[in-house]
Design a protein. Structure first.
Length: 485
């Protein structure tokens, strides 16, 4: 039987090219070695301790803070997830109310559950042209803070998985006007601020806590990330305590070395590294804008490292394009959505890979045009008609996710049958006891404690019918709901 290492080696030797994370893109010219068993150690004499950093790890984190223009920075070896959990728990107390972008990653919802928080949701805008959720409005933030004066933190994601960027500066100003800290999940924006082609990072825009996933868009190993803290609104000691509790007590020196090597690369070679990448990326975007049927989707404010190829004006679904690129051209995309695929690029990409993507999409564009002409395609396929146009469903919150779990526990303790599994189509109006989300991107369509809307139920059925995997529910095509008296 082949080992995991054998399988990885076989894939590495193939001609498959990855338009997905991690950002090093398996580019051997940027990496110094393969799996480095020879440097895999523990906290031995002379190598410091991440949880009590006084020597080389403390110096490395200080250097990372300087590179990212933050006041304080911490290495994360459990990914951005541990940074999000620590940030949210560190700025709140049990039962606090938080203002949350509804398109946040599931780690934010897990933090809300763990600290038994009461969320007030902010909904992003939506572009019908490209079927994408867009940015969070600073005006919506300001209005919510006026309506709910007991809010203790604002949490947003910028850029989103699709690369949409919100006005962090204005959102931070609105939060600070009320004395409330802003947490920005900037996991997909670790490359921000290193070239004018990309936005500045949120440390420079007033955010109090910023989380970056180095591995997503930069040359660093999977699971490596950073947490930054700024200003006086955050109890930094409390956040540090949660980092100590939630991060592994045996942090990998291989991962920490990868973080430090990435920071060193940014510091010493940032300008020289990003210049050629930006030129290659802009040439690629220019060529992709010439497609006639497939479309390079762009919103008003976005991260141009993300290439979103829309199928809205074709006879294909996002899944069909994803599979064709993989099976026929050996190009692995990051994600397929209902009406588009997402190709992630980074400084690790090479000319040959970008050229293969452009040539493949040109060929598919031509084939699509010929096929559509033969059948007189009129652009009205049912698979492009997402429920509610594809916008995130607005669900009524019956109780918090932690309160929903408490209801189940209380009922179980008393011997009562309090929940049942119902088909999605029959769940409308019921109180969900489970999450339901597509992964990626990992933004829940339904959260425990929410009343399932028709739009949400329709969306689950639509995605399943299109071949997507809906994660969260314990039983396929069913969801556990509360049996109200």
């Amino acid at each position: 039987m082949n080992t995991i290492y054998d399988k990885l080696s076989e894939y590495s030797d193939s001609d498959f090219y990855g338009f997905h994370m991690p950002g090093h893109k398996r580019n051997a010219d940027m990496l110094k070695s393969s799996i480095p068993y020879q440097i895999d150690i523990t906290e031995i004499e002379g190598f410091d301790d991440l949880h009590h950093a006084q020597g080389m790890l403390k110096e490395a984190q200080i250097r990372a803070a300087l590179v990212y223009q933050a006041e304080e920075t911490h290495f994360l070896v459990n990914g951005s997830t541990v940074g999000i959990l620590s940030a949210v728990a560190g700025v709140t107390k049990k039962g606090d109310t938080v203002l949350v972008a509804r398109n946040c990653h599931k780690s934010v919802y897990h933090a809300i559950y763990l600290n038994e928080l009461d969320p007030v949701y902010l909904y992003p805008g939506f572009s019908t042209d490209v079927c994408l959720n867009t940015e969070i409005s600073a005006g919506d933030v300001k209005g919510a803070l006026e309506r709910y004066p007991h809010i203790r933190a604002v949490i947003i994601v910028s850029p989103t998985y699709d690369g949409v960027v919100s006005d962090v500066g204005s959102i931070a100003a609105a939060a600070h006007e009320k004395g409330v800290p802003l947490i920005v999940d900037e996991a997909h924006g670790a490359h921000f601020g290193f070239h004018p082609y990309f936005p500045e990072n949120s440390n420079t825009k007033g955010a109090d806590i910023v989380v970056h996933s180095l591995h997503k868009t930069l040359p660093s190993l999977t699971q490596t990330a950073l947490l930054h803290m700024n200003g006086e609104l955050v109890d930094r000691g409390k956040v540090r305590e949660y980092l100590h509790m939630l991060q592994t007590s045996s942090p990998s020196y291989v991962l920490m070395a990868s973080i430090d090597s990435c920071i060193d690369l940014l510091e010493r070679r940032g300008a020289g590294m990003f210049g050629p990448y930006v030129e290659l990326l802009e040439r690629t975007r220019k060529e992709l804008r010439e497609l006639k049927f497939l479309q390079l989707a762009e919103t008003v404010h976005f991260d141009r490292s993300k290439l979103i190829i829309s199928v809205k004006h074709t006879d294909m679904t996002g899944q069909m394009l994803y599979k064709a690129l993989l099976e026929d051209y050996h190009l692995q995309m990051e994600m397929a959505a209902g009406t588009y695929v997402l190709a992630m690029t980074s400084v690790g990409d090479v000319e040959e890979g970008m050229r293969r993507l452009v040539c493949a999409l040109r060929h598919m564009d031509q084939e699509t045009g010929r096929r559509m002409e033969r059948v007189s395609y009129c652009g009205c396929s049912g698979w492009h008609e997402l429920p509610s146009g594809g916008t995130l469903p607005h669900l009524e919150v019956f109780c918090s996710s932690s309160a929903a779990a408490a209801l189940k526990e209380q009922a179980a303790a008393s011997g009562q049958r309090s929940t049942e599994m119902v088909p999605w189509e029959k769940s409308v109006g019921c109180i969900s006891m489970e999450y339901a989300y597509l992964y990626p991107p990992g933004s829940p369509l339904i959260v425990p404690g929410e009343k399932v809307s028709k739009e949400a139920a329709d969306m689950l059925q639509w995605y399943k019918g299109m071949g997507f995997t809906v994660e969260g529910p314990a039983r396929d095509r069913y969801i556990e709901v509360w049996m109200q008296e």
